[in-house]
Structure formats: structure tokens, C-alpha cells
Design a protein around this ligand. Sequence first.
Ligand code: ATP
Length: 265
Amino acid sequence: MSDFSAGEALVRFEGTERRYGDVIAVGGITCEIAKGSFVALVGSSGSGKSTLLKMVNTLVEPTAGRVLFAGDDVTTVPQAKLRRRVGYVFQGIGLFPHFTVGENIAIGPRLAGEALAESRIEELLTLVELEPDMASRMPDELSGGQRQRVGVARALANDPELLIMDEPFGALDPITRDALGNKVRELHEALGLTTIMVTHDMAEALLLADRVLVMDSGALVADEAPRALLKGEGGDIAQGLVAVPREQAERLSAMEDAPAKDGRA
Ligand SMILES: Nc1ncnc2c1ncn2[C@@H]1O[C@H](COP(=O)(O)OP(=O)(O)OP(=O)(O)O)[C@@H](O)[C@H]1O
């Protein structure tokens, strides 16, 4: 595995484990997420990605080991403080349907007893490239891509240090998905964030992240930079995931070179 130990850790998993009865969703994982890094968490369905992510913001508590955020065990950090410092983009879209876009964006601060200024809501909408006047619309008046932009704006409302995203673009068409992925990477840089993104899509992980963690049956089986994965590092499971987009690219490239099947160019 590559050495990502350089740099100050913002998150540290220490023998972090989560069981559900006999099921080991996450088995004793130890690793550090450096401040400023963009980490993708990939693996097949049921490998434990969401569970690991949710232990960072205490939606799930470890059954053994712990998770440190900025040096503190997350289960001992006051909830309101943790919510402020960790922005969460839900799996799917997860907007409250009966709240306006603006109210959805302001929900985090509101739960902490703070009102978010109109100007801040507009600023957040602009940040994710939506029109400020969208604040008064209802979520069902937006496209899927626009809704997910609102989801990102909501996660950024408290000016967090860490952005955690659970398969944020899964429900989107490939073009919207690509644009939003690039936007999140741009915001990651511009706002000096540390980002952990769960994704099923290895191509997305390779293109957006600095580091790719691969999970299988609750274990961390690879921890590599995208370039190392593309060079064949990381072991069989990681390489099985890399093979999918690679073979697709090769097939597309072969189609370009082959004569058209119906004789047309
Ligand atoms: N609340 C729960 N109760 C019981 N078992 C659970 C619970 N949450 C997760 N699990 C189990 O833990 C394992 C890991 O689930 P998890 O959702 O973390 O996987 P994942 O890699 O995120 O999957 P997906 O990619 O499909 O979202 C699975 O076997 C799942 O059935």
C-alpha cells in the first residue's frame, strides 16, 4: 500500500469496527485521512463503505475501536460542534420535500438554534452554480442535478472542515454527474476542505481523488493513489474495479478504429 502518512491527520480510524449481530459491517480498520486530501472510498455493495463513513459523524457508533476527528474521539465531541465541522452529503438526494431550497440549506444551522442569513443562502447557491432566487423554490421544482447541488450547498452551510459524501452523484445522468464531481473537486480546493467520498464508480474515484481506499467485506484491502492503481498496484480486488472503466475505454477506442458495422462512417 502507498504511504499517505505525511501531513497532519484530520480523521483517524483506530481499530474501528462495527458489527450488526454476527455481521461484521466494518472490521477493525486503522488509517489516517490527511488534512486537505480528497479520498474516495470504493468497494462492492455491502463492503462497509457507508458504515465507515457514518462512524465519522456518529450516525453509526463503533462496536470496537474509535474514530478521531482533529484528535478527539468523535463520540465525545458535542453533537452540535461535530455537525458544524463535518458537512454531510446524503446518499441519494435527501432534501426535505416540504421545505424550500433555502430552508433545506439552512436546516443544519437551524437545528443548532442559529438562523442562516439570506445573503449566506444566496452565497451558497452561487457557490454551487445555482441562481440565488432558487432559494424560494420547492425541491420537486428542481432537476435531480440541481437538487444534488442544493445537497452540496447544505453540507457547506456551516463552513465545515471536512466534507463527507455518501454516493452523492449515484442518481444522476453521466454528464451531470461529471460536472458536479468536477465542481465538488473545485470547491474542495477553493475552500481548503478535506473530503471523503463514497462511490461505486472507480472511474469517478480515479478522476477526482488523490487517494483511493478499497473496501471488501468490511476490510480495507487497498490504499493507493489513482496513478498507482492505474499502474497495476493495489491487489486483485482493486484491480478488478479498475478493469471496468479501463475495458470500457478500450472497447470505445477499438470502435473508433474499426470499420462501421453497417458500412457507414
Ligand atoms: N442498520 C443495519 N442493521 C443491520 N445490518 C446492517 C445495517 N447497516 C448496514 N448493515 C450491513 O453491514 C454491511 C455493510 O453495509 P454498508 O451499507 O456499510 O455497505 P456499503 O458498502 O455502503 O453498501 P452500498 O454500496 O450498497 O451502499 C452489509 O452487510 C449491511 O447489510
